[in-house]
Every structure is written in C-alpha cells, then in structure tokens.
Design a protein. Structure first.
Length: 275
C-alpha cells in the first residue's frame, strides 16, 4: 500500500506502554495493514513506554499540562496552551487516528473537537465496562489502572449478580471521562464468585486483601485480551472503515444496585488511589 494512503496513527501513553508495544509489534510483523504508527506522545517523561517506542523507531514526544504551568498564568490559559501543543504534535505528524492506551490524563475538549470530524478518530482503551449516556459504570475519575478491576470485582461480590465478568473496552474519546460511545467490548469471565458479601462487610481486612490480590490477577489475565482488542481496532482503522459507536440497550447496572456500585467504586479508589 502506498505510504500516502496509510492511516497515520498516534498512541497516547502515560506508563509502561505494554499495549502500545504489542500493537506496534503486530504492525511490524505484518499483522496490521493500512496504518502507519508515526508518533507516541507520553504525558510522563519517565514512562517506560517511551523507550519501547524508541526501540521500534517511532517518534516520541512528552506533553502534559504541567509543562505550561507558570506563575500568573490562569488554568484556562494553561489548558489552551496544552491543547495547542498537543494538536501541533498530532497535526505535525499528519495524524488522523489516535489511540489512548494507558493515557491517564484528561484530553482537552479542544483536541477532542478537532478529531470529531470525518476521517479522524480518537479512541480510548479502558480496562472495564462503561455505560455511555447513563454514567453508572466502571469508568470516570479515579477509575484507572487497578481501580476499575477492583470496583468490578467488589461490585459482583456485593450484588451477587450472575455471570461475573469484566471487559476490555474501546470507546470514542469525548468530553468527560470515559463518556464516549462504545466501539468494541470484549468480555472476560471472573472466577470464584460462589458467595455474596454484604456491603457492610466488604471493608473487612480479609476481603480488602483478597480484593487487592484478585484485582492484580484480573489485570494480568485481561492484558492479552486488551492487546488483541486494540490490534483488532487498528485493523479496522487501516481498512478505511467508518467507525460507528453504539450505546447499550440494557443498563450495565440496574437502578437498585447504584448504592452497591458507588460503594465498590469508593473502595477501589481507596485501595488503589494512584490507579
């Protein structure tokens, strides 16, 4: 395929870049056609993912809000400068498709709006299920890293809902945390839920310790599923398909379980305050 017809793709990362690395490796091995990874932007100058991208020969840049903090400068001015810098990096590399893979900071609304045009996409990878349009789910502020895994497990423990599972979710980036329409959801069953824990008991030390352990196990088991989900989306990018999002017909969490959901989310943020 001629270079001019390839889809220039950027990855936004904040940490180890394991999913980004798996995707670039799949591209280099010929598993993904039609795209060209041209840029990796990290919000963290010390992110291990930067070195991984460099080893593949992919251009890397660091960009975050703190770079534009200055005495006397308002938050609005800081945000505008951050947005401008991010767009300049993306536009400078001719990027039309962006994948947020472990990007832990909020993407400015101005950047989101610039990619809500025909032929452009910003997609976000999330390690749990979300419910766009309703918002009672396992996304949002604080739901990053291990926290969404923990919240999902705690929710099933307390609710006793059948068929416990979590999922690798890819959705459109939108204004607000984890609010964009769904693109691809790949479920993963959660094992060992043969009892129910009352919400008033979930904070006992033995359950807290098991939650931490199970959350880490869930993250590791879900990781290869996340990799394959991202690779599948990149293939769709390269095919020229117009990506259309969707929303759930049935609520992810029934109304009567909202208090349990909030308890699970609160506990997960307490156990994993840094994600």
């Amino acid at each position: 395929m001629p270079k001019e017809s390839l889809v220039n793709t950027a990855f936004l990362i904040s940490g180890g870049g394991t999913t980004m690395n798996a995707a670039i490796e799949a591209y280099k091995n010929g598993e993904i056609a039609g795209i060209r990874p041209v840029l990796v932007i990290s919000s963290n100058k010390d992110a291990a993912g930067i070195e991984k991208a460099n080893r593949w020969g992919i251009e890397t840049r660091v960009c975050n809000r703190k770079m534009f903090a200055q005495e006397g400068r308002s938050r609005e001015e800081q945000e505008n400068l951050f947005s401008k810098a991010l767009l300049e990096l993306l536009n400078g590399s001719g990027v039309t498709h962006v994948l947020q893979a472990g990007w832990t900071i909020y993407t400015p609304d101005e950047v989101i709006a610039a990619y809500e045009t025909e032929g452009k996409v910003i997609a976000n990878q999330h390690p749990a299920e979300i419910d766009p349009g309703r918002g009672h789910d396992f996304g949002g502020i604080g739901m990053r890293g291990l926290a969404p895994h923990c919240a999902r497990i705690a929710y099933f423990w307390m609710s006793g809902e059948p068929e416990p599972h979590t999922a690798s979710t890819i959705h459109f980036a939108a204004s607000g945390y984890d609010t964009g329409d769904l693109i691809s959801v790949v479920e993963m069953p959660l094992r060992g839920f043969n009892f129910v824990i009352a919400p008033e008991d979930i904070n006992r030390e033995k359950y807290r310790e098991e939650l931490v352990q199970r959350s880490r196990e869930s993250q590791q088991v879900l990781l290869p599923i996340e990799h394959q989900n991202v690779i599948a989306i990149l293939k769709r990018f390269g095919s020229g398909e117009t990506i259309v999002g969707y929303r759930r017909e049935i609520p992810l969490v029934p109304v009567e379980n909202y208090p349990i959901l909030e308890r699970a989310r609160s506990l997960s943020r307490e156990l994993f305050p840094k994600g």
